[in-house]
Design a binder for this molecule. Structure first.
Ligand code: SF4
Length: 220
């Protein structure tokens, strides 16, 4: 019984994979909110959360995004029209892991409509599309593709354990000199990790603290 259920999901994923293209992508949700993290924290932004992720972070707070076949397929022009209708100026493409897909037509459509294109990615595949801002947030669960190091405008490291500071420095040494560096506590470990981050940033001022302020504001 269980194996036939898994088999049905796998069959659905294959079917969906065949239909995904640069024009048509799986959309988990889209919404207009305030960017809560990193360099653009506090700016109004339209979030486009694509379905599908093969990174597998144990602490992932959007595990429902992992299965691309669980999310409806949308044409990129429809996504753009919804973003434009929000009145926002920035479109943040996130996931899931958006770089699993060819994003060239989505970014072209968004930019043609006058929107800034921002992406949040773990950088595990080469990044397609035209981006005004790339937020690179590597994860220990899958090695990033080296092409992302020169492209990242912002490096955001999620601190889950005290050993993550040394891991963060490995990436800080690889990104370009103009890349902004952020340390952000993993939400469930915030009480434990935030004091360590504060001390670390005071001793290593090339870094900045990033907090998920949207969670304090009770907005998505
Ligand atoms: S890369 Fe993002 S969506 Fe994928 S498992 Fe990690 S936190 Fe979740």
């Amino acid at each position: 019984m269980k194996s036939s259920h898994v088999g049905r999901i796998m069959n659905r994923m294959v079917e969906v994979k065949d239909k995904i293209s640069a024009e048509v992508l799986p959309l988990m949700e889209d919404f207009y909110t305030i960017q809560g993290e990193g360099f653009y924290q506090g700016y109004a932004a339209y979030f486009i959360r694509l379905g599908g992720c093969d990174v597998g972070c144990v602490w992932c707070d959007v595990k429902d995004s992992w299965d691309a076949s669980a999310h409806p397929l949308f044409h990129v022009e429809t996504m753009t029209a919804r973003a434009v209708a929000s009145g926002g100026r920035i479109a943040v493409v996130t996931g899931g892991e958006p770089v699993m897909y060819d994003l060239s037509l989505l970014t072209k459509s968004l930019q043609n409509a006058g929107l800034r294109t921002h992406i949040e990615t773990s950088g595990v595949y080469p990044i397609s599309g035209s981006w005004d801002w790339i937020c690179f947030s590597p994860k220990k669960f899958k090695t990033p593709h080296p092409s992302v190091f020169d492209q990242a405008d912002e490096l955001k490291i999620i601190i889950y354990h005290k050993t993550d500071f040394a891991w963060a420095e490995e990436f800080a040494a690889k990104v370009k000199s103009t890349c902004h560096l952020f340390l952000q506590p993993e939400w469930s470990k915030e009480k434990e990790m935030l004091p360590l981050i504060i001390d670390y940033v005071k001793s290593n001022p090339k870094w900045q603290v990033s907090l998920q302020v949207h969670k304090y504001m009770n907005i998505p």
